[in-house]
Every structure is written in C-alpha cells, then in structure tokens.
Design a protein around this ligand. Structure first.
Ligand SMILES: Nc1ncnc2c1ncn2[C@@H]1O[C@H](COP(=O)(O)OP(=O)(O)OP(=O)(O)O)[C@@H](O)[C@H]1O
Ligand SMILES: CC(C)(CO)[C@@H](O)C(=O)[O-]
Length: 290
C-alpha cells in the first residue's frame, strides 16, 4: 500500500519561543508564509522488515534523521514489526535554510504511515507526532502547524495541531501573491533556539509583534514586522541583508527566513532581478493528500 502527500514550505518571518515541559504544548508564536513548493512524501509499506528513506532519490543520512525520529515516536505506541517501510521525499526547496523542510518530512511520514496502517489516530493526532519529532530534534517549533494552515499564517498560541491556535490574513485569493526567496546557505535551527543569548533576543523582540500584526493585519505589515525582527535579533548575514534591500524595492516587503541564511519576500509579481531566486505562489490551503 502507498500514500503520497504534499507538504508546503512554511517560512517564519518572526517568532517567540514558548517553553513547556510537555512537548506537545511547547512551540512558538509568530507569523510566516506558506508557499506552493515544498516536499512530496511517498510512503510505501509492505510485509518485511526495515526502513528505507530516500531524499531526492538518494540516501541522505543527515537529513533522514527527522523521518527516523517520526517513525521512532510512532513505534512507542504502535507495533511496526514485520513491516517494511519505504519513504521517499522529493524536495524542491533548499534543506536546512528556513523552509521548514524538517516539518514537511515529519508530517509526510506521520500522516502517510498512519493512513496506510489505519492507525486509530485522527488527522490532528497523527500531525502531533510530527510536532513531537520536531521538538525532540530541536529542528522546529511552529512549522508543522503553519504548514497545515497555509496562507499568511499567524500562530497565536503555541503547540502541536489541535493544541496551538492559528489564524491567517484575509486575502483576496483570486489575486495571486508570490513568495520570492534567495538562499545563501544553512543555519542549524537547534544552534539558535537552544542558545540562551539568541533565545533572549528572539523572545524579547518577538513578544509584542503578533499584537502589532493583528492590529493591522496586512501583508505589508507582516513583512515590516519581520524585517524589524530580523534586525533586532541580529540574525541577518550581510549577504541576506543585501538581497533583502534589493527585494524591498521590487516587492511588498522582504526579510530573513527564520531560520536560514535566506532572504524572502512577498510580491504581487513573480519577477525579480535576484539571480537564481526560488519563486513560488503563495499556498492558501496547506498540506494535501495527492
Ligand atoms: N539535531 C539534529 N541532528 C541531526 N540532524 C538534524 C538535527 N536537526 C536537524 N537535522 C536534520 O537537518 C535537516 C534540516 O533541519 P532544519 O530544521 O535545520 O531545517 P529546515 O526545517 O529545512 O529549516 P527551518 O527549520 O530552519 O525552517 C532536517 O531534515 C534534519 O533531518
Ligand atoms: C523555530 C523556527 C523559526 C525554525 O524552524 C520555526 O519552526 C518557528 O517559527 O517556530
């Protein structure tokens, strides 16, 4: 049996880390964008043993860890003996660079396995496994719930799907918006969100921004607040800043993708003077079974 799922990329513009001893309730609040590029995960399960994970057709030990963690969490409650699990992730955004690919990998695997094996889990319960995997790996805090929502998404209360609360900006969906991004390299999410100095700066800056966005819920304001966040947290590299300045001239607004060495912008047009930019339409509806 097999199952294919598209999980769109969620890019965070600004956030606040919200700790909790219960990993299902731990997470982040903040705002971001969901785009029509991301990860297609195909899960196949047959009689046999073992797990095989391929990313863009290849064995990729480092980037397979989040998928392995997801399977390990499922195994805590369900027997996967005598099952051969083959998972293939096809990714059309950079990995480790603020596009939330770890959340996409985890969601594709948790929902795919739950569906094929007919586990007694609702959609949110299966998606909570992906959030748990992210929190345990320290690879994400709010990308799972963001990728389920779609749109220009506000994470109003932290936590896994079913616990956290999201909302989105009210947009005219017949007018396309584009997400333009330029990646210069990776940032290890765990190195930032576990570092006390970064954490203090992120939280003291991020805390008030959601209120400022809900008071004026417009794409321009989301990007303006994201830009302010990137500057005050001192997370932006000089190359990202350079691209942000160019994108600001060409689009509705630009900032750094949290957490990657990546610039991103929301635009009314797919055109940009930035070379080798990733250009995608805004995704309005989130994860989709194919
Ligand atoms: N602590 C870790 N140990 C081993 N591998 C890790 C660890 N954290 C992340 N990874 C691997 O690195 C990959 C990239 O994860 P990371 O969360 O940094 O990037 P991302 O999800 O693409 O972007 P972001 O979370 O910044 O939006 C994941 O697929 C995961 O398998
Ligand atoms: C931590 C993070 C910025 C990057 O993965 C994102 O998951 C978020 O907004 O929680």
């Amino acid at each position: 049996m097999n199952c294919s799922i598209f999980v769109p990329s969620h890019i965070t513009g600004f956030f606040e880390i919200r700790d909790n001893d219960n990993p299902i309730k731990k997470g982040s609040r903040g705002a971001g964008v969901v785009m029509d590029k991301g990860v297609i995960t195909k899960t196949e399960i047959s009689d046999g043993n073992g797990v095989q994970i391929k990313i863009n057709g290849k064995i990729d030990v480092r980037n397979a860890t989040i998928t392995e963690k997801t399977i390990e969490i499922i195994k805590r409650d369900y027997n996967l003996d005598n099952k051969k699990i083959v998972i293939t992730h096809d990714v059309d955004v950079p990995i480790g660079a603020g596009f939330g690919t770890s959340a996409s990998f985890a969601l594709g695997a948790s929902l795919g396995i739950s569906k094929i094996l007919d586990l007694p889990l609702t959609f949110n319960k299966a998606a909570q496994i992906a959030h748990l995997a992210e929190v345990e790996m320290k690879s994400g805090l709010g990308d799972v719930i963001g990728a389920l929502s779609g749109g220009l998404v506000l994470r109003l209360k932290e936590g896994a799907p079913g616990i956290g609360v999201t909302d989105k900006l009210l947009l005219n969906q017949s007018e396309d918006l584009y997400v333009i991004s330029k990646c210069f390299g990776e940032i290890n999410t765990g190195d930032i969100i576990e570092d006390p100095v970064h954490k203090e700066r992120i939280n003291s800056t991020g805390r008030d921004l959601l209120f400022k966005l809900t008071s004026d819920p417009k794409p321009e304001n989301l990007m303006k607040l994201s830009r302010k966040f990137a500057e005050k947290t001192m997370l932006m590299s000089s190359e990202v800043l350079e691209a942000v300045v160019i994108l600001e001239e060409e689009t509705i607004g630009a900032s750094m993708a949290m957490l990657g060495n990546t610039a991103f912008a929301i635009s009314e047009s797919p055109d940009t003077s930035i070379e080798n930019a990733v250009v995608a339409k805004l995704n309005h509806s989130g994860l989709k079974f194919l």
